[in-house]
Design a protein around this ligand. Structure first.
Ligand code: SAM
Length: 169
């Protein structure tokens, strides 16, 4: 079933730059966010086809852990990955595996490849995810990043803004 836009979708949308040239969303679900961005070139990919895609979006059915796009081609890359810690991945829309970052990490690695030198990557995780490990990996990769937090009832959502290349940001 297609992931219905929820609080995490709205929080990520609020954090994104709204006017850019080229943007890729990995795991775009219904394309709710992409439809609301003002960009010349919009690409969404997911392992499930959206029910209805409008607004000049090029949808590509693919695994976000192996992107079929040219390196350094997007100004902005973002993803709201399945981030709930889970023993195994049963529901691919929400289960993030151990620590909740098993899908987010390969999405990050792919984002670093397809983002332009001066590009930015945004992702959202939860206070339930293994944030410390995620931060350690960003630091080990010498990436500059910042965080914004939004409190919900039973968790906090954390939006990471990551500069795609080491000397950026
Ligand atoms: C939490 S939902 C977010 C959906 C949408 N981006 C939003 O914010 O409403 C995660 C999305 O990632 C997709 N997804 C899960 N594993 C994936 C993979 N390996 N490659 C591409 N997309 C994947 C799911 O199908 C789902 O649409």
């Amino acid at each position: 079933m297609e992931y219905a836009p929820a609080e995490d979708t709205f929080v990520l949308l609020d954090s994104l730059p709204k006017k850019i040239n080229s943007v890729l969303e990995i795991g775009c679900g219904s394309c709710f966010i992409l439809m609301r961005l003002n960009a010349k070139y919009k690409v969404g990919c997911d392992i499930r086809k959206p029910i209805n895609v409008e607004g000049g979006i090029n949808f590509v059915l693919c695994d976000g852990r192996r992107l079929p796009f040219r390196h350094k081609s997007f100004e902005l890359v973002f993803f709201n990955p399945p981030y709930l810690p889970s023993e195994s991945i049963q529901d691919k829309a929400v289960d993030g595996g151990k620590g909740g970052i098993e899908i987010a990490l390969p999405f990050l690695v792919q984002s670093l490849m397809v983002a332009k030198e001066e590009g930015q990557i945004f992702t959202l995780l939860s206070s339930l995810s293994d944030l410390n490990l995620f931060r350690k990996i960003l630091t080990a990769l010498h990436l500059n990043f910042s965080e914004k937090r939004k409190r919900l009832f039973f968790e906090e959502l954390i939006i990471f803004k990551i500069y795609a290349h080491k000397n950026n940001g």
